[in-house]
Each structure stands twice: as C-alpha cells, then as structure tokens.
Ligand binder design. Structure first.
Ligand code: FES
Length: 363
C-alpha cells in the first residue's frame, strides 16, 4: 500500500479552480494507482455560478420563521409516532373482524407516515433554509488523510456545527433528537406484539398431542383404527380436535405425524421404546429435523423416509435414525397405543422437541 505523503499540500475541500483554468493532467507522482482517482483528461472547469443568498441569509425574521417551521415539523413527527402507538393500543384487531383490521392499519399507517414525514421534511427544510449554503467539492484520495487534512476535517466539522446551528439552536436540536427517539417506538411496540405472549422456545417444545388423544386422518380428522392400517400403508396424521383449534396452522406445523405399519419382526426398537409402537405400527413426527420441511416420501421396500428439501433420509425400521443427508438427529417418535374401541391414541406428547435440531441445543 502506498505511503501517504504528509508533506503534501493539504486539501482545502473547496473547489478553488477558476473558470477557464485547465485541470492538471494525469501526472501525479505523489500518489500510486489504487489510492487515488487520477484524472486523465484535461477539460475546462466551468466553476461555480455566482452565489445567491437565500431570504433566510439576509432577513433574520425569515430565519426565525424557518426555524419555527422546522421545530413544528419535528413536533408533528413526535405526535405521529405517539399517535401510532396510542391507536395500536386503543383500536386492537378483533379476530374475524376485517373492519377492525382496516381501522387499525389505517390509524397506524397515518401515525407512522406523519412520524417519518415530519422528520424528513424537517431535516430537508433545515438544510435548505438554515444551514450555510455554499458549494463543496469532495476530493477523492487515500483512505487515511494527512494530519493536516484530518485537522482540517475537524475544523470543517466544527464549522458545520456552527453553520447548521446544531449546537446553538437548542430547541431545534432537541426536537430533532426527540423525533428521532420517538420514531422507532411504534416499530418496537408492533414487533414485540408479533411474538407470542408465552416463552416461544417453550411453545416449540410442546405440541397438542397428549395422553389419549386420538390419531386422525389429515385433513378430514376422522379417527384411525389400528385395523385400518394395513401392512406397508402410510397415513398422514393430525391430532383429534386440531381442526377446531384456534391456531390450527401453527399447531399442525408442530404436530403433523406420519403413521406406518411394518412387519414387527423388521422393527428395531430400543428397550425403552418397545411399548411406543402397536403391532408394528409406528408414528413419527413429519417435521424434518434439519430445517423443518414435511418429510412425506416413504419408500415401502427400504422403509426409508425422504425429506424432499435437502434429501435427508430416515430409517423408519430403526427408530427413524438419519441414514443420509444434513439432518442431525432422528425424527421424534410419538408413543402410541389403542383404546377400548380399537382406535389409535397417543400415550403422551412427543418426549423431545420436534423440528429443526437447533432447539435440541436448548435442552
Ligand atoms: S429440511 Fe429436510 S433435509 Fe433439509
């Protein structure tokens, strides 16, 4: 990397070329390629048009009026943000009532629009009417400026502060800070409300499966007798009552199960899971332990279950262990039994979190 030449003439930051004067050609021995933009063609610098002072530069009354306008715009921004939060709380969305959805969205939109518009218009008006209005040229040079350039930058910054009145116009500055602080508040309130009230990790560890809940067909919810499940057949299963649940889709995303009947002699079951199946019928979570796709492709001859997303394969005959692909753990098994009427029922909820293995690390 080329060494910066500190002895070079400091860059004033202001274009001092005069109209008609040629800009220097590409010979720049003090900079190496890659650290500066080298101009290769000479052309006539048109210079700046004559400076025209604004009314706020020459009339202190207009200056004060402009400042008041900016202050009111920042106040409007604060009011808009507060209004958005108040409207969100005062006009909650009622489930199934589209009128309440429209009203809430309308009031929220108006509040947030006012909040953002107030800051935007205030900042633009401040810069156009009140900040000093001379032309500047930003020179391109090496990443680190010389000490003289850095000192100049500090000086320019201090000058900018002075000219913008940021330090001097306390009311204007404070209302801007207030508006900037208030603007994100609606977003915080809204996004917080999107999360479930209960601990989301806890919610993911439980499904609506429970002791004695019947296994039913997806999607009609009709219960399944053990005798309906013939050898080699596959059932897509949901818990009884799921279709009546208020949060049907969320619950189904966790509770979906695949039911398979195999020859009991082909099942490899650990001692503690021998009672989890019924006469060769086993039930496993349908939610892939990789990133949660539905595992639904069953190959009857090999007893392999394939996830179509990234090709993980699980061996149903061997406790749904992973035999191929990126999934990191077996599909959770649902312990099942049969009730007095011959219908398949769950013995309990899953004994481990379903879905992506990320949650396993939370245990
Ligand atoms: S989600 Fe099943 S393999 Fe990736």
């Amino acid at each position: 990397m080329a060494k910066q030449d500190d002895s070079a003439e400091p860059d004033s930051g202001v274009n001092d070329a005069k109209p008609g004067k040629d800009v220097a050609r590409s010979e720049h021995p003090e900079v190496s390629s890659g650290t500066a933009v080298v101009r290769s063609d000479s052309f006539e610098n048109p210079g700046f048009p004559p400076h025209r002072p604004r009314v706020t530069d020459v009339d202190p009354k207009k200056d004060a009026q402009a400042e008041r306008r900016v202050v009111w715009l920042f106040y409007a921004s604060i009011v808009g943000s507060v209004f958005a939060v108040a409207a969100y709380i005062a006009f909650p969305i009622t489930e199934g009532d589209m009128g309440s959805v429209r009203l809430s969205n309308l009031l929220l939109g108006l509040g947030i629009t006012l909040g953002l518009l107030g800051i935007g218009l205030g900042a633009v008006h401040w810069s156009k009417a009140l900040m000093d209005g001379h032309d500047l040229v930003e020179q391109r040079h090496g990443t680190r400026g010389s000490d003289a350039t850095r000192a100049k930058a500090v000086e320019v910054f201090a000058l900018g502060n002075k000219e913008s009145g940021f330090g001097r116009r306390a009311l204007l500055r404070n209302t801007l800070i207030g508006a900037l602080v208030a603007t994100p508040i609606p977003a915080v309130v809204l996004f917080r409300d999107l999360a479930p009230a209960a601990d989301p990790v806890k919610l993911l560890k439980h499904t609506i499966w429970d002791k004695n809940v019947r296994l039913t067909r997806d999607p009609d919810g009709s219960p399944i007798r053990a005798s309906d499940v013939t050898l080699g057949s596959v059932f897509h299963v949901i818990p009884e009552g799921l279709n009546e649940s208020h949060h049907k889709l969320e619950e189904k995303a966790k509770a979906a199960v695949l039911l398979v009947r195999m020859n009991p002699a082909e099942l490899k079951e650990s001692e503690d899971r021998k009672s989890w199946s019924y006469d060769g019928i086993v039930a496993y979570s349908k939610i892939c332990t990789h990133v949660g796709c539905p595992v639904a492709l069953y190959e009857q001859h090999t007893h392999h279950l394939l996830c179509p997303c990234h090709q993980s394969q699980f061996d149903v005959s061997d406790q749904a262990k992973v035999i191929f692909g990126p999934a990191a753990r077996p599909l959770p098994q649902l312990p099942i039994a049969v009730d007095d009427e011959g219908y398949l029922i769950a013995q309990s909820d899953f004994t481990e979190p379903v879905g992506p293995s990320f949650w396993e690390r939370e245990l």
